[in-house]
Design a binder for this molecule. Sequence first.
Ligand code: CIR
Length: 247
Amino acid sequence: MRALVRERPESYPDLYEPKGIDIDLELARHQHEEYIEDLRWLGYDIKTVPADETLPDCVFVEDPAIVHDGTALIVRMGTEWRIGEEDEVRSFFASTHDLIEMEPPATLEGGDVLVAEDCVYVGLSDRSNREALPYVERLFPERAVETIPVDHTWHLKTACSYLGDGTVLIAPGMIDTKRFSDLECVAVPEEEWFAANCIAEGDRVLVPAAAEKTIALLEDNGYTVRPVEVSEFRLGDGSLTCLSILY
Ligand code: CIR
């Protein structure tokens, strides 16, 4: 099992400073290093691509590619300031994976793709559109592809994540859970909506450290939980899955 992460650029705070959001770059560096250790604890070998200072959000490497079974789908990002992030990721996978390149008018971001055993759920959001669906079907020929409207948050996986074994963790009220027809939904407490984005591997799960109730909930459900400090990435509208491509 491998995880691709991307170094955090020094320019990361530049997008947020004008909005009055103060990101502590040194703390972000520390949290990113800890996050990498946490992925190792889950069993992942870590691969790293360098940052691009002209792309402040490039640390959120989940979004520019979706990787499955020896193939990397290189997306067209739906966010103008993030276009270009896919180049380094494409170069990384080019020597080891088949590549599928997305053409206009399709747009998709990895945060809108939730992969379960039998079905792939694609969030239709400001970032990802219906024209992207044939690409997802090509990447996952053995699975059904379903859509879920994303109206209340940025990406589908801002509001849910797959825990494995037919279970999805969800933030209540942020997505239509009826769409997960064959999955069991476990809801995080409403005030801990940000904890719906977790990373699970077997019975181990990474959970945002600030989500005390969710940590207790998952422990009660038999998981071994590792709390992860991601405050500086939450300030940039990211969470746990956003910081890696698991493949
Ligand atoms: C963005 O708005 O695109 C970034 N600031 C955050 C991306 C987080 N990625 C994700 O949820 N998959």
